[in-house]
Design a protein around this ligand. Structure first.
Ligand code: PBG
Length: 351
């Protein structure tokens, strides 16, 4: 009823004549929404610090913390500074980190051979973090993109990202990462058969206790732009990743693809990007019941930060709402650049 009719006599009479209980049959959804104590009592999902995985970027050198312009508030850290960040994250109660290296451009090549060096930057970071902060989980990506001079996640031969050769390289890289102390290997490359190959390679090397979190459904998304600036692949990337990442149009195919990863031995599944793919999060959780994670990727982070900086939205509230949405959609946790910020707000009771 409009404000002006409300004040007329006819309007008041009409309002009195409406018996809402006849309409609702006395079911009032609002009863439990009236008070804070009651809303807390009926709350179905909660965001906790235990749900957060913090992705961080590593650079060579010491005492470096350099801003990433497309990701306000996120810095590339040298290993020593990453150790400090890990300690801070552990103090906040964040269960795990995910590390991404930004190596020198001159060390990148056609096959990403640096991925196969036992003491490369990502493995140095893992060793240092596990030694200084043993109680925080370290999750490492084995995709080749930080190490290739063309920015693709696999080996490029005659214009094609070759599957099986890439899988062999990734499985070998996974063993080096586990040797360095990685707790969870997380392949983000979307090659076929990689989960089984990584599992076999890890087991053969005595790493039965190292888990695999599959980037099971990774979509060919426009949301990865700022990450590519962070690890300096945007200038290198030729073409796009549509010949190996999932088509954003396909949900059924995503479930089938994740199903193969489950068969091959994935311990955990991930959906990437996050918010535009909540339907996939729900589908994976319902279909497989595995621990399921969403990666709220760089573009998602930057959109919130940019709109907040412009004064268009309340960035903190939007951040918490998006993180909660992942929980509601069935996720057990979220990889998010917001992790420390969110952890601090949760500690203040704002989650
Ligand atoms: C590639 C990789 C990507 C991200 C992490 N590893 C995507 C890509 O560059 O195609 C994206 C992470 C983000 O956007 O936050 N293996």
């Amino acid at each position: 009823m409009g404000e002006n009719t409300k004040n007329t006599e006819a309007g008041l009479a009409a309002a009195a004549a409406v018996n809402v209980d006849e309409i609702t049959a006395r079911r009032r959804m609002r009863r439990s929404r009236g008070a804070d104590w009651s809303r807390r009592l009926v709350r179905e999902t909660r965001l906790m610090v235990d749900d957060l995985i913090w992705p961080i970027f590593i650079v060579p050198g010491t005492n470096i913390s350099e801003p990433i312009s497309a990701m306000p508030g996120v810095n590339r850290l040298s290993v020593d500074r990453a150790v400090e960040a890990a300690r801070m994250a552990a103090d906040l109660g964040i269960p795990a980190l995910a590390t991404f290296p930004n190596v020198e451009l001159e060390r990148r090549d056609q096959t990403g051979s640096l991925a196969l060096e036992a003491d490369n930057l990502i493995n140095q970071a893992t060793r240092a973090i596990k030694q200084a902060v043993p109680d925080i989980g370290v999750i490492t990506d084995v995709a080749l993109d930080p190490f290739t001079d063309h920015g693709h996640d696999g080996i490029l031969r005659d214009g094609e990202i070759v599957n099986d050769e890439t899988v062999r390289a990734i499985a070998a890289a996974a063993v080096h990462q586990a040797d360095a102390g990685s707790d969870i290997i997380a392949p983000s490359d979307m090659m076929d058969g990689r989960i089984g190959a990584i599992r076999q390679a890890l087991d053969a090397a005595g790493h039965q206790n190292v888990a695999i979190m599959s980037y099971a459904t990774k979509f060919a998304s426009a949301c990865y732009g700022p990450y590519r600036e962070a690890i300096n692949t945007s200038g290198l990337l030729k073409g796009d990743k549509r010949s190996y990442y999932l088509d954003p149009s396909n949900a059924m195919e995503a479930v089938r693809d994740a199903g193969l990863d489950v068969e091959e031995g994935a311990d955990m599944l991930m959906v990437k990007p996050g918010l535009p793919y909540l339907d996939i999060c729900r589908a994976l959780k319902d279909n497989f019941g595995l621990p399921t994670f969403a990666y709220q990727v760089s573009g998602e982070y930057s959109m919130v930060k940019a709109a907040d900086a412009a004064g268009y939205i309340d960035g903190e509230r939007i951040m918490l709402e998006t993180l909660l949405a992942f929980k509601r959609a069935g996720c057990d946790g979220i990889l998010t650049y917001f992790a420390p910020e969110a952890a601090r707000l949760i500690a203040k009771g704002l989650g």
